[in-house]
Design a protein around this ligand. Sequence first.
Ligand SMILES: *[C@@H]1O[C@H](CO)[C@@H](O)[C@H](O)[C@H]1NC(C)=O
Ligand SMILES: *[C@@H]1O[C@H](CO)[C@@H](O)[C@H](O)[C@H]1NC(C)=O
Length: 197
Amino acid sequence: MAALGVSLWAPVLVLALALAPGCLAGLPPRNDTARVARYVIHECDWGALATISSHSPVTGQPFNNVFSVSDGSRRAGTGTPYFYLTAMEISVQDLQVNPNASFTASLAQTHYCKKEGFDPQSPLCAHVILFGNIQQVSGTEIDTAKLALFTRHPEMASWPRDHNWFFAKLNIMNIWLLDYFGGIKTVTPEEYYKAKP
Ligand SMILES: *[C@@H]1O[C@H](CO)[C@@H](O)[C@H](O)[C@H]1NC(C)=O
Ligand SMILES: *[C@@H]1O[C@H](CO)[C@@H](O)[C@H](O)[C@H]1NC(C)=O
């Protein structure tokens, strides 16, 4: 009877673990660097985007700001961070001058690091830093970006139309992963996109 109980509940447990954001079960082995990077980017719903400011009094200086992100609906990550942007936004105005940007996402925003007792600055609380340039997406990729963002940020669908929102992505050129002691690891975009999350 107990065995039957376990077997009946097992699928429910598996489902609950699969749905829990940042659950330990999902974190790939830490030596599988590209997969860990993909995992962190997929789990995160937001991150910090650093631009070179185009605004006085910090023109030409680093400027960091929070953006919602999605690389795909849950368990369907593409690896590409998609954004929903408007030219009315201060960082987006920076990007119109210089599209180069750095994007950081951390498992500190999931339950994982708190549950494990990892401080956000600890490398064990895995975080990824991406560098590249932000590009407006076009063609069929608009559908991909829209699905990615609107499934995980449903409120976006009702953001004011007169703000002229558009879909954009980070065209990734460099990837750094901090997920363990011994220094930062690098992943090439090729390894990152080849990895099975
Ligand atoms: C990670 O380490 C395990 C155990 O040592 C090993 O079997 C596996 O091949 C390693 N994976 C990678 C991607 O290096
Ligand atoms: C953007 O970054 C690339 C790669 O580091 C660099 O070659 C390019 O000069 C940068 N563009 C600007 C406008 O700073």
